[in-house]
Design a protein around this ligand. Structure first.
Ligand code: BG6
Length: 303
């Protein structure tokens, strides 16, 4: 009843007739649904998590696991988890949530704006007692997702406190592919990477990436756009970025897929993560009042 009232209020404040509505989505979690002339999209308040983007006349671009949890204490498996303010495990606290607290926090709607055929949904979080339990910083973070002929994701962080802080961030995008074994990832030739499944050794990428086994790599000092060529679906997904210098490429392959309770055993051939990040030595530092914006711009073209 309470949630129904909240959803009614959100629709009154932010809904756009025929184009944007707010509903109870999977697991009853509050979801913004966009249906414009150029695209359809979905974004949850839980984690400010984008779970769907379907440009007109195209198939779904994002992958979401059929086994995903849909509750407010667990991250959604698929779409675009927002990892903040750390990536992977927290270096000084083994009990802290993997990939930061942002993806399991309830964000608030800030605005929904229609510009031409595209719609931008903005959600925010601010530091409070719960965030300070894990991380002492005073901050405001906004995730803006523009659903249009391109999917534009922008994560903005502002230091609202009196001391500097450092953080890591990732737009951990899961893309739907037809068959991972025929996918080629282009754009990272010659770039150094940390191979997380080979004792974090640093290696250099030679040519395009073919995924032939479990792959978990942090590409370093790269601002390059990445192309995911997918002959099975006859399409190419291009992920361009701004103010991001790390890119993660991840596919769990067979054993890891089986080990993850919220991921289907046979789903690994249907997805690849290309993550727009600033992580590890490429963390971001903000002095009081300073802001940082990281952007991922996703396009699809025929192959
Ligand atoms: C990737 C990491 O970004 O996320 C992997 O590089 C990790 O090491 C994967 O396994 C999934 O993480 P999680 O917390 O969503 O299971």
């Amino acid at each position: 009843m309470k949630q129904a009232l909240e959803i009614k209020e959100l629709n009154q404040r932010f809904g756009i007739p025929e184009i944007v509505k707010i509903v109870a989505g999977h697991g009853g979690l509050t979801r913004v649904e966009v249906t414009s002339r150029s695209a359809q999209g979905e974004m949850y308040l839980h984690g400010a998590h984008v779970t769907s983007w379907k440009p007109s006349n195209a198939e779904e671009v994002l992958f979401v696991s059929s086994q995903s949890h849909w509750n407010d204490s667990r991250p959604i498996r698929g779409g675009v988890p927002v990892c903040f303010p750390w990536f992977s495990s927290k270096s000084d606290d083994v009990n802290a949530p993997m990939h930061g607290f942002a993806r399991t926090t309830a964000w608030q709607l800030e605005s929904i704006v229609q510009t031409g055929d595209a719609v931008t949904v903005s959600m925010f979080i601010e530091s409070n007692e719960a965030t300070k339990k894990w991380w002492p910083a005073d901050f405001r973070a906004v995730h803006r997702a523009t659903f249009g002929p391109e999917l534009i994701l922008e994560l903005e962080v502002v230091n609202t406190g009196k001391t500097s802080f450092q953080f890591e961030e990732a737009l951990h995008s899961y893309f739907q592919v037809g068959n991972i074994e025929t996918v080629l990832v282009k754009g990272l030739n010659g770039v150094d990477y940390i191979d997380k499944i080979d004792e974090k050794r640093t290696k250099t990428q030679n040519g395009e990436i073919a995924i032939v086994s479990e792959t978990d790599r942090v590409y370093l000092n790269t601002a390059a756009a990445v192309d995911v060529q997918d002959p099975a679906l006859h399409r190419q997904i291009t992920i361009a970025k701004e103010n991001s210098v790390s890119t993660v490429v991840w596919n769990p392959w067979i054993q890891k897929a089986k080990a993850m309770p919220d991921f289907g055993d046979t789903e690994w051939p249907q997805m690849i993560c290309i993550e727009t990040c600033n992580i590890g030595d490429s963390f971001v530092e903000l002095t009081p009042g300073q802001r940082h914006q990281m952007k991922a711009i996703v396009r699809v073209s025929k192959l």
